[in-house]
Design a protein around this ligand. Structure first.
Ligand SMILES: Cc1ncc(C[n+]2csc(CCOP(=O)(O)OP(=O)(O)O)c2C)c(N)n1
Length: 668
């Protein structure tokens, strides 16, 4: 029938040179996810589990793939790939504990179903957003390629998720960088209830691959031998000749998107046709027809599989429900890391502009960490639009200083993939504004991955930020508050060359994910004598830039310079506290200065509403109330987009309003 691209056609099993034992091993591997699912559906009806994503009818794809790859090659499964987890012999009791939200599951009850990874089993599970998986696979494959590992990485996508921008970015990067990735598209004709023809206007993914300059192969997704043999051959070849290949597996999902959603939208004929092509029954019948599987062996295998499932379930059900531990929950947001401050070895110093200090730190970090990879648009030969990486490609080579295609999401995701393989990644946003198209990877992957399953994200995203250069709404934004609200990230924002170098080095040392904000207006406008040697600045520690008695000004970035100017112009005596780290911010230092002066004003370049100042002022009101002699005040930019015309921009920025407010606070 022609209503769907996933047309049911007869399966053609061909054992080629596979031994009887191999055929039986594949059979045992194939029945495991089916038998688990049968059990889960019963438990679901009994109300003993809450949700189930079915892979019924698609099992041959996972099983063919997982058996074709070497055990230490990474696989990045999606929500219907139970067979990847069972195929990697994950202890079933832990898998079931994961499904039940028990402590011994892979996420300690913090995430559900297949949303987990385990480096021990070389699996990186998905986040709900589907598409971001592909870029992580790119990063893992890049790590393998850089270290000449001759490995393949395999990542899944549904046909629905292929409409996401992340799909395009992931494939494009792999193609341009010739990464050893097998992209397996499980083409089952639907994304939830939406049929393929409402999802995209081509018929087969084999038509799409060549557009990326990528080889493509179509397999019978319900034929475990076709999937296995195809991927086995491909993987062997890719290990020798690294490149991405797109494998389209034609299949069908026989149950609802998840159990509650039903299948009413699927024409009955389609169900009937595909029902006849069940991957388990057909393979079983094939093995019987060639005399490899008899009744007795079939029974033995199924008995063994069922016993393993029942044993695993018994253990998982016996485990008590999680008893929440507040400290553990909070601590696990971050990879446990204790910073060891590094002082410069010698007293040698040079005058450096802000921009040179950043470049200096980055260069020395590259020298210190041979596993640090830089990625960004135009950062190679061109040296980046602000010339921070000028000469880096020559010094460190094109492998480590990587010009990227124009795709922030895939590159940040690739940074995470590198981190999973023990690399460090620095991703340069050309302008901080463009991080919006990489936002998801930062706030949902980098930020949450340690809490979810204990994997660290050793990635620093550099953010050239700030206004004042008449660059308009999309090259001027202050967007640190977008990330300040996201647990799991760390944010630093230096205001001077010394801190710029030391904080960048510190961020690159820490295996946790960082946003490093660098104000473009400071790049070439300020300079100071800083140590020539490598050093770090303490993370989470504010710095009292200037001491005074009448008032405390708490600020960061360009705000520090506006504050200094205002204090001078108004001839007042003020503490100026430069936060330096926004997340985690220095509560102790804030408390100390507020206690000292009793009057406090927060200054930020960002628009006022919901900014960093809002949080810190609220905290001061709650925790320093007794020390206050005046209302807690704050000033920031107007709640508008950043305007282009210099006069409009001047009005937008808080510098002048701040001076007036500061005077009123002094007078209070
Ligand atoms: C970014 C995003 N949008 C929407 C969803 C909701 N959603 C989850 S799965 C799914 C359909 C996915 O279809 P496909 O990629 O074909 O995979 P299949 O479920 O068919 O295996 C949708 C819309 C989501 N998880 N993430």
């Amino acid at each position: 029938m022609e209503t769907s691209t996933t047309q049911a056609t007869a399966l053609n099993f061909d054992r080629k040179n596979l031994s009887n034992q191999k055929l039986l091993d594949l059979y045992e591997s194939l029945v495991m996810p089916r038998r688990i699912e049968e059990k889960m559906l019963i438990l679901l009806r009994q109300g003993r589990i809450s949700k189930w994503f079915s892979g019924w009818g698609q099992e041959a794809i996972s099983i063919g793939a997982v058996n074709a790859l070497q055990k230490d090659e990474f696989i990045l499964p999606m929500h219907r790939n139970l067979g990847i987890f069972t195929g990697r012999n994950i202890p079933l009791e832990r898998l079931f504990a994961q499904f039940q939200g028990k402590k011994s599951g892979f996420t300690k009850g913090r995430d559900r179903s297949f949303h987990f990874g385990t480096v021990e089993h070389h699996i990186v599970g998905m986040i709900s957003h589907l598409g971001p998986q592909l870029a992580i696979a790119d990063g893992i494959a890049l790590a393998d390629k850089l270290s000449a590992q001759n490995k393949v990485t395999l990542v899944f996508s549904g046909d629905g998720a292929s409409s996401e921008g992340d799909f395009h970015e992931g494939l494009n990067v792999a193609a341009v960088w010739k990464l050893p990735v097998i992209f397996v598209i499980e083409h089952n004709g639907y994304g939830l209830s939406t049929p393929s023809e409402e999802q995209f206007a081509f018929k087969y993914f084999t038509e799409k691959g060549p557009g990326y300059g990528m080889e493509t192969v179509r397999v019978e997704g319900n034929n475990v031998l076709d999937v296995y043999q195809t991927i086995l051959e491909l993987a062997e070849d890719i290990r020798k000749n690294p490149r991405p290949v797109l494998v389209e597996a034609i299949t069908f999902r026989m149950r609802g998107h998840e159990e509650a959603s039903g299948t009413k939208y699927v024409p009955k004929q389609l169900m009937d046709d595909w029902g006849k092509l069940d991957p388990v029954n057909n393979y079983e019948a094939y093995l019987e027809s060639i005399g490899v599987l008899d009744e007795k062996t079939k029974e033995q295998i199924n008995k063994k599989v069922k016993k393993a499932i029942n044993d695993g379930l018994e253990k998982a059900f016996a485990e008590e429900a999680i008893i929440p531990d507040l400290n553990e929950e909070l601590a696990d947001m971050y990879f446990p890391y204790e910073q060891k401050l590094i002082q410069p070895q010698s007293g040698k110093r040079s005058e450096k502009r802000f921009v040179d200090a950043i470049s200096d730190g980055l260069r020395q970090s590259m020298e210190k960490y041979p596993n640090l990879i830089l990625m960004g648009q135009d950062i190679g030969e061109y040296g980046g639009v602000f010339k921070i990486t000028d000469g880096f490609k020559k010094q460190f080579g094109a492998d480590r200083v990587r010009n990227t295609p124009l795709c922030e999401s895939a590159i940040i995701g690739a940074g995470l993939g590198l981190s999973i393989k023990g690399y460090k990644a620095m991703v340069e946003m050309q302008f901080a504004d463009f991080v919006s198209v990489g936002f998801n990877q930062i706030v949902n992957n980098l930020a949450k991955i340690h809490y979810r399953w204990g994997q660290h994200a050793d990635v620093v995203v550099r953010m050239p930020t700030g206004a004042g250069m008449a660059a308009g709404p999309f090259h001027s934004q202050s967007n640190e508050a977008w990330f300040f609200h996201t647990p799991g990230l760390k944010i630093v924002y230096p205001s001077n060359p010394y801190d710029a170098k030391g904080l960048l080095n510190a961020a690159l040392e820490d295996p946790n994910p960082y946003l490093y904000f660098e104000h473009k207006g400071l790049y070439r406008s300020i300079s100071e004598s800083i140590p020539d040697d490598y050093y770090t600045v303490e993370i989470g520690k504010a710095k009292l830039i200037q001491e005074g008695e009448q008032v405390s000004i708490i600020t960061y970035g360009m705000g520090v310079h506006w504050a200094k100017k205002a204090v001078e112009e108004l001839s007042i005596s003020a503490d100026i506290l430069d936060l330096r780290t926004l997340l985690p911010w220095d509560q102790e230092a804030v408390k100390t200065t507020v206690k000292k002066t009793g009057k406090v004003i927060f200054l930020q370049e960002d628009t006022l509403t919901g900014g960093i100042g809002a949080e810190i002022c609220a905290w001061i009101s709650e925790h320093c109330f007794q020390d206050l002699d005046a209302p807690v005040m704050r000033e920031g930019s107007l709640d508008t987009a950043v305007p282009f015309a210099p006069n409009l921009e001047k009005q937008f920025l808080p510098e002048n309003r701040f001076k007036i407010k500061l005077q009123s606070l002094i007078n209070y």
